[in-house]
Design a protein around this ligand. Structure first.
Ligand SMILES: NC(=O)c1ccc[n+]([C@@H]2O[C@H](COP(=O)([O-])OP(=O)(O)OC[C@H]3O[C@@H](n4cnc5c(N)ncnc54)[C@H](O)[C@@H]3O)[C@@H](O)[C@H]2O)c1
Ligand SMILES: [Zn+2]
Ligand SMILES: [Zn+2]
Length: 346
């Protein structure tokens, strides 16, 4: 089969590699029907994720058809169409028993395209298939389902639920990439009174407005002042950090009111300053997190019922064989306007 292989920082190629085989009794081998690229794949290619060794097939967001299952797999069988999630769960360890699958101690967690070969390939081996893949209802198409492999559960769990968005809240979303946009979409489920998006890219501010942000500002347009104007000088109830830079984290802590919540979603490559000398008196709550994907079944049900419109996320489409071109378009998002790129077998 063909697969997108990481060959060390800055190096990737679409190589001919051996097909995956069942290794453990709980494995499934799945044919990849649709797959996308994540900002995290770009972090890996920059060398920011040292656990990824050269030779690794990248990718952790896909939809596929089960080809073969190990002898202990009971809930999926060959022919089933499934969502392959960014998080794999052993289902048995302490954290899996608490639905904190991202922290799995039994060999799961974020492993695909990280510690084991991933989904940007013709086929993939998925361990713990019973507790890791999600059978897809017919009414959910491949492209929509792809948005549930990572970005929607991440934005919803770590951003919206982490920040405890409540009806009537004023919510600031800093960063309007796919994750920030998914945070806007899923925050709306809780009927906030105002959503303010902040992003330097005009195209992304436009996308934020399309997802339902009431106001979209560039970082230079005094977001702190604008949020205060809207909130009688108090600040936002919730600020969701969806960039991963010290400055945007610190901005979030300045945007919230006393008693407000900062939900950090961004992956940080370096330290950020926590200004406790200013924050200690303000009763603030700060949350962080790796996605667990415990919300995936709920989000899938909502997608099937037409309650979540994810049609605006996929901006570019390619056949699977044009993976390298898809990477180029995704890497140059500021030029190409790419949000998510979808590659499909057919
Ligand atoms: N916690 C988790 O489990 C988890 C999972 C997946 C991704 N992430 C992280 O979430 C973050 C967002 O992901 P994404 O795919 O949307 O990334 P992205 O790079 O596509 O989007 C980031 C956005 O931030 C904007 N930005 C840059 N500088 C800014 C500034 N100073 N102020 C405001 N906006 C600014 C960019 O223009 C861009 O639109 C990343 O750090 C990613 O690694 C976290
Ligand atoms: Zn991802
Ligand atoms: Zn586990």
């Amino acid at each position: 089969m063909k697969a997108l292989v990481f060959h060390g920082p800055g190096k990737r190629s679409w190589d001919e590699v051996p097909d995956p085989k069942l290794q453990d009794p709980g494995d499934a081998v799945i044919r990849v029907d649709a797959v996308t690229i994540c900002g995290t794949d770009l972090h890996i290619l920059k060398g920011d994720v040292p656990a990824v060794e050269p030779g690794r097939i990248l990718g952790h967001e896909a939809v596929g058809t089960v080809q073969e299952v190990g002898p202990s797999v009971t809930t999926v069988r060959p022919g089933d169409r499934v969502l392959i999630s960014c998080i794999t769960a052993c289902g048995r360890c302490r954290f899996c028993r608490e639905s904190a699958y991202g922290q799995c101690l039994g060999g799961g967690g974020w492993i695909l395209g990280h510690r084991i070969d991933g989904v940007q390939a013709g086929y993939v081996r998925v361990p713990f298939a019973d507790t890791s893949v999600h059978p897809l209802p017919q009414e959910v198409g491949d492209e929509a389902a792809l948005m549930l492999a990572d970005i929607l559960p991440t934005a919803y769990e770590v951003g919206v639920l982490g920040g405890r968005v409540t009806p009537g809240d004023v919510v600031a979303v800093v960063g309007a990439g796919p994750i920030g946009l998914a945070a806007i979409l899923t925050a709306r489920l809780f009927a906030p009174s105002r959503i303010i998006a902040i992003d330097p890219s005009g195209a992304r501010r436009e996308a934020a407005r399309r997802q339902g942000a009431h106001i979209a500002l560039a970082p230079g347009e005094n977001p702190e002042g604008r949020v205060r104007e809207l909130t009688e000088g108090l600040g936002a109830d919730v600020a969701i950090e969806a960039v991963g830079l010290p400055g945007t984290f610190e901005l979030c802590t300045r945007l919230i009111r006393p008693g407000g919540r900062v939900a950090n979603v961004g992956v940080h490559g370096g330290p950020a300053t926590l200004h406790l000398e200013e924050l200690w008196i303000r009763n603030v709550t700060l949350t962080t997190g790796l996605v667990d994907t415990h919300s995936t079944p709920t989000l899938l049900r909502m997608l099937a019922a037409g309650q979540l419109d994810v049609s605006g996320f996929t901006t570019h489409r390619f056949p699977l064989g044009r993976m390298e071109e898809a990477y180029e378009v995704f890497e140059q998002a500021s030029k190409t306007g790419a949000l998510k790129v979808a590659l499909s077998r057919t």
